[in-house]
Design a protein around this ligand. Structure first.
Ligand SMILES: NC(=O)C1=CN([C@@H]2O[C@H](COP(=O)(O)OP(=O)(O)OC[C@H]3O[C@@H](n4cnc5c(N)ncnc54)[C@H](OP(=O)(O)O)[C@@H]3O)[C@@H](O)[C@H]2O)C=CC1
Ligand SMILES: O=C(O)C1=N[C@H](C(=O)O)C[C@H](O)C1
Length: 278
């Protein structure tokens, strides 16, 4: 068992995607958290180098490795329940989550791009293993407040569209946050965007992608952006725009740490930070 100076029991944490943009911030946040102990850093760059040196905070005595299975097996030997935070890529996230659960390591997943079917499969897998897992398409509390404001506004509007704007290194479109927002609105059981005219799309994609209850999502990718989302409602003579703007990835860290603490008490998969915000 590992103890900090104040003898707080520490949660062993593995970070997968540790050398990426989110991973680097998460390593810094874990290093500062008194109740967490970094036990593994998975990446493809800087193999063998100390992850603390890589992210510029000094030695942490954890070398970067690309062997997730070995790190999960080691984490499973810790006397406290271990957690894997994953911020990697849509192409590997499904397998990473299954591997973590198989080793009894609790996944906290920021990686977006999982399909509804994959999430449903993973929920079954977590249930069978009685293992907590959190998939949070967005770790920012501000984003959850934006979604809740949209749910409140939807009661008064039939028409809504979503615009999401991200940096041009993003692999998936639309963003996980935009999909989750459209799903949350769709769960209200309301019919959105009744057609008012027979529409013709002269260029494919001009009207965006349709998600859930006929809600359109438009995705922009530009250098200079971090992450922004606008939910725009319209009715006779007015529009209402609810917007969240992430200017720095530190905005996600409070949510990441909260999920690490909350996942330990769960026995199944939850999808969305809002489900664990007390
Ligand atoms: N939930 C949330 O609040 C947030 C979620 N995200 C999501 O987190 C994920 C990561 O975002 P970001 O940090 O910006 O992305 P980056 O590309 O900066 O980092 C991704 C990391 O995963 C690694 N990786 C990518 N593909 C593979 C692969 N096939 N096998 C092994 N490792 C791989 C990368 O390695 P390498 O450097 O070698 O490519 C890198 O270390 C995305 O899905 C993004 O949407 C992002 C921000 C907030
Ligand atoms: O790739 C990103 O950067 C982000 N991805 C998440 C998403 O797809 O919603 C969260 C946030 O928007 C940043």
């Amino acid at each position: 068992m590992s103890y900090s100076n104040t003898t707080t029991v520490q949660i062993p944490v593995v970070v997968s995607g540790a050398t990426g943009k989110m991973g680097r911030e998460i390593i810094k946040a874990i290093a500062k958290a008194p109740d967490m102990n970094l036990v593994g850093a998975i990446g493809r760059q800087h193999l063998g180098e100390d992850i603390g040196e890589v992210v510029g905070i000094g030695e942490l005595e954890i070398p970067v490795t690309n062997n997730l299975e070995v790190v999960l097996a080691q984490a499973a030997q810790e006397s406290q329940l271990p957690v894997m935070i994953d911020v990697t890529h849509p192409s590997i996230i499904y397998d990473n989550i299954r591997s973590a659960i198989a080793y009894g390591v609790r996944p906290v997943v920021g990686t977006t791009g999982l399909t509804e079917k994959q999430i449903a499969d993973l929920a079954l897998f977590a249930d069978k293993a009685s293992t907590g897992c959190i998939i949070a398409p967005n770790f920012s509390v501000g984003v959850i407040l934006m979604q809740q404001a949209a749910i409140a506004a939807a009661r008064y509007y039939q028409h809504v569209e979503i615009i999401e704007l991200h940096h041009n290194q993003k692999a998936d479109a639309p963003s996980g946050t935009a999909i989750k927002t459209a799903q949350m609105l769709s769960e209200l059981g309301q019919a959105f965007n009744p057609a008012s005219v027979q529409e013709q799309e002269h260029l494919a994609g001009a009207r965006g992608a349709v998600c859930g209850e006929n809600i359109r999502i438009h995705s922009l990718r530009l250098p200079g952006l971090v992450a922004r989302q606008e939910i725009i409602f319209g009715s006779m003579g007015e529009t209402l725009k609810i917007e969240h703007n992430a200017s720095d990835r530190t905005c996600y860290m409070a949510g990441v740490l909260l999920c690490v603490r909350k996942v330990l008490a769960l026995k199944s998969l939850v999808y969305g930070l809002e489900k664990v915000l007390a």
